[in-house]
Design a protein around this ligand. Structure first.
Ligand code: IDP
Ligand code: MG
Length: 149
């Protein structure tokens, strides 16, 4: 099973989409293994978005991600990184397909509702930024049939 990092951004929280977004991952069959609401500070924001340092949207991105609470989660499942990115849709919600989270709920590239790790390496890096080992609750779902083997 693969682990990925997902975050509902401040606009997702503000607009009341926390439940809807989590529901889409649950409906797909992915498992929530850690979940927390937090208000990201400047230092954490810089660490999280280090790869974008120097880009013209970097400062607005840091300002935005620290502008209000976010919901961070660890989502687990078969090919979770790829599957979550597909459910999330393209970065620019104007280009994201209907049916995806960004395609359905967003219109602005700066306020695109949700973040999802794009590789195994970034998933591991981002999970380490946001979660301590005790935040992660390993458990089995009753739908995991090997339980009954
Ligand atoms: P991703 O979130 O789909 O992985 P990235 O390229 O990693 O996209 O960019 C990180 C975030 O930076 C995006 O989700 C978006 O909010 C913001 N961003 C990316 N490109 C632009 C841009 O051209 N203008 C404004 N914001 C941008
Ligand atoms: Mg990215």
């Amino acid at each position: 099973m693969e682990k990925t990092f997902v975050m509902i951004k401040p606009d997702g929280v503000q607009r009341g989409y926390v439940g809807e977004i989590i529901s889409r991952f649950e409906s797909k069959g992915l498992k929530l293994v850690a979940l927390k609401m937090l208000w990201i500070d400047e230092e954490t924001a810089r660490e999280h978005y280090a790869e974008h340092k120097g880009k013209d949207f970097y400062r607005p991105l840091i300002n935005y991600i620290t502008s209000g609470p976010v919901v961070a989660m660890l989502v687990e499942g078969d090919s979770a990184i790829k599957v979550v990115r597909k459910l999330v849709g393209k970065t620019d919600p104007k280009e994201a397909k209907p049916g995806t989270i960004r395609g359905d709920l967003g219109l602005d590239v700066a306020r695109n509702v949700v973040h999802a790790a794009d590789s195994e390496k970034s998933a591991e890096r981002e999970l380490n930024i946001f979660f301590d080992p005790e935040d992660i609750k390993e458990y089995e779902l009753s739908s995991e049939e090997w339980l009954y083997e």
